[in-house]
Design a protein around this ligand. Structure first.
Ligand code: ZN
Length: 674
């Protein structure tokens, strides 16, 4: 529920003079293909960690890389076979590497690596290959039986016949996660979380397990694939000796090593619980782990590793495997510490109805972190903020941990400098200067507020099913957290607390948010399509609603100049009031589980947009030649050992390229394809 991903254009906007002066010769730009740009991030402070901490990071990064295959398989049941086959063709190919077919295959493979499967990581649409079926068949035969991922007794020809439609036929497995209204979302989604079951059967199955009066429900379906065999519906649980066992065994092996160098007993306890969870697959154990993890706030090093976010499931239940290893950025964490210390004040003064407020906000711990590795669902495309655990009752009773990944936002900012985006889309120098001065800070602060307070604020009325908003739950939860952040960004309290320098700074984020929500995020939508992704819908709901509600007062205005459309905010204070009103309504929907109102809000404000504006923005954006999606390669960590095999140091290296990294991961971290 709770990852905060960078907006379509945020990376292009936040530039500050501070950052420009801190520029070094680090090469942020790694690769460019299709609609993707691959960047590199720095891990400042890694060298200053103690040897024990470096070892801990090293073991955890190894545990992180071992799960890559799991996500590929969750995203689609042919993904691993396709990836392996394409890699075999790619690395063995002896023909003309400038031929249209080979170039097409290379591009497709790069897309598959980036998306952890054959569907776009964001739009969820299947990639369109730019190489021929005949070329593919011919090359598969050249690779030969020995190196292909054939099923038992399968011939090469049968393999080609099975795989080809999955790659080439646009009607086969067209969409990874379908959110379209009025169809069976399970049957029309290509993800590999269900097999042979209808949406109704899935809903009935879990409804049968749920006890509506259980105050501490487990996260049903989080770690399993639901199948029907011989007419019986059953869960295949992700665990040791269950589904994905070879990968999970490797993860546990590295977690065990991490256990030996844990920073303190609390950390030891939660790592041990996580291992127990991987061994048993028991979701009660996962909740116990989540509580121990949420409560541990003393250590510098931290990590997530597991089945976490459920955006990849059309019904929002099963968690996609991911891992991020990180350590605390102490300097920037002062900011989030102030926010979390004042959490109760923010809750008490929120514009929502009193009955929906938390009487006592539980331990919101927030910090700014430096990511050391990104893996699974967080790689190569990654969130810039995370708030976990996801279970509502754990958040309410035990609090949550919220992080902002500042070395990642920093890399986005630096890689985007001078790309011409602001000059093209921002209305005037007034807004541009605001953004230049305060954009970076206000943007990070938005993430802090969204993660640290937004998701954690408010409560469900007793008896309300946390999944009551169903397919609109993710969108509305993001809407709520964003509105909370936007509302408070403009609060004098932030200046009073010394987090924002003055009463103007928030306008940088307001402008950016509105421009993005109503205009520039549309660059991610293909002509003729609707808005589908939860975060994009959320931003459109907020900005479209505020635009319409403030129309008579011209709070937000579309202005034409030289045939181009721009946005102008005429009344920032009124805009804040509107954000407050919408927050109250979205909180009411969430707290009371008002599915009908939630659905109406999403469909009315979040899905449709002005088609002619879309075409205009696309044309202007195309001329800038900026890739709409970005992701990262990881640094390479190498353990230095003495003669006895003891680790004496861990070295970090930033020179590995995108293709090299992907091929190395497939070779060294592929327990499910070997
Ligand atoms: Zn969020």
């Amino acid at each position: 529920m709770n990852k905060f991903i960078i907006s379509a254009t945020a990376f292009a906007l936040a530039t500050s003079s501070f950052m420009a002066s801190a520029q070094n010769n680090f090469n942020y730009n790694v690769d460019r293909f299709a609609d993707i740009e691959v960047l590199r991030y720095q891990v400042p402070g890694f060298e200053s960690l103690s040897l024990q901490q470096k070892k801990l990071v090293y073991y955890l990064t190894e545990a992180a890389l071992q799960g890559r295959d799991i996500l590929f398989d969750q995203n689609g049941k042919y993904n691993l076979a396709i990836r392996t086959t394409l890699e075999e063709i790619y690395t063995r190919y002896k023909g003309d590497k400038n031929s249209k077919d080979f170039k097409g295959l290379e591009k497709y493979l790069k897309q598959v690596w980036f998306a952890n499967g054959i569907h776009h990581h964001y739009s969820m649409d299947k990639f369109v290959p730019e190489f021929s079926k005949e070329f593919f068949a011919q090359q598969v035969k050249k690779v030969g039986k020995k190196h292909l991922p054939l099923a038992k007794k399968q011939s090469v020809n049968d393999f080609i016949a099975e795989i080809s439609p999955v790659i080439f036929d646009p009607t086969v497995m067209a969409k990874r996660v379908n959110q379209a209204d009025g169809v069976d979302l399970i049957l029309t989604s290509a993800c590999n979380l269900y097999e042979g079951v209808t949406q109704k059967e899935v809903e009935d199955y879990y409804a049968g397990l749920k006890d509506p009066n259980d105050p501490t429900p487990i996260s049903y379906g989080l770690n399993s694939r639901l199948i029907k065999e011989n007419g019986v519906i059953a869960e295949q649980v992700y665990k040791i000796d269950g589904l994905y066992s070879p990968a999970i065994e490797n993860i546990c092996q590295w977690l065990n090593k991490a256990l030996s160098v844990a920073e303190n007993d609390d950390m030891k306890a939660y790592i041990q619980k996580l291992i127990d969870f991987y061994v048993t697959g028991d979701l009660k154990t996962f909740d116990e782990y989540s509580i121990l993890w949420a409560k541990e706030t003393k250590c510098d090093i931290d990590f997530i590793n597991g089945f976490i976010e459920s955006y990849g499931d059309p019904l929002g239940m099963t968690g996609a495997w991911e891992s991020i290893v990180n350590f605390k950025n102490k300097q920037s964490s002062v900011r989030t510490q102030i926010i979390s210390e004042n959490a109760q004040w923010f809750e008490d003064n929120s514009p929502i109805e009193d009955v929906f407020k938390k009487k006592k906000v539980k331990g919101v711990s927030a910090k700014v972190i430096t990511a050391a590795i990104l893996a699974g669902d967080s790689y190569p495309a990654t969130p810039i903020g995370i708030n976990l655990p996801n279970a509502n009752w754990i958040r309410a009773a035990h609090g949550s941990k919220s992080v902002t990944l500042e070395n990642i936002t920093d890399a986005y900012d630096k890689a985007a400098q001078g790309n011409g985006f602001n000059e093209e889309f921002v209305y005037s120098d007034v807004e541009r200067n605001l953004m230049k001065q305060y954009g970076s800070l206000a943007d990070n602060l938005h993430t802090d507020l969204h993660e640290c307070l937004g998701h954690g604020s408010g409560k469900l009325l007793s008896g309300v099913d946390p999944d009551a908003l169903k397919e609109h739950g993710s969108t509305l939860e993001e809407t709520r957290a964003d509105l909370f952040a936007l509302y408070y960004l403009a609060d004098p309290k932030l200046v009073e607390l010394g987090i924002l320098p003055n009463a103007e700074a928030y306008k940088a984020e307001y402008y950016k948010y509105v421009m993005n929500g109503l205009m520039t995020q549309l660059t991610r939508i293909e002509p003729g399509k609707d808005i589908e992704e939860a975060h994009m819908r959320n931003r459109h709901i907020i900005t479209q609603w505020a635009y319409e509600m403030g129309k008579t007062d011209k709070v937000i205005e579309f202005v034409k100049r030289d045939g181009k459309t721009y946005l102008r905010i005429n009344d920032y204070e009124k805009l804040r009031v509107l954000f407050g009103h919408l927050l109250a309504e979205v909180q009411r929907i969430k707290s009371t589980g008002d599915y009908a109102a939630g659905k109406k809000m999403v469909e009315r404000y979040g899905v449709k947009f002005d088609r002619s504006l879309h075409m205009e923005v696309m044309a202007r954006y195309a001329r800038l030649n900026i890739a709409p999606y970005k992701g990262f390669v990881n640094p390479v960590y190498t353990a230095v050992t003495d003669n006895a095999g003891n680790i004496t140091d861990v070295k970090i290296d930033y020179t590995e390229g995108y293709v090299d990294q992907m091929l190395r991961y497939s070779k060294d971290y592929s327990p499910l394809t070997k």
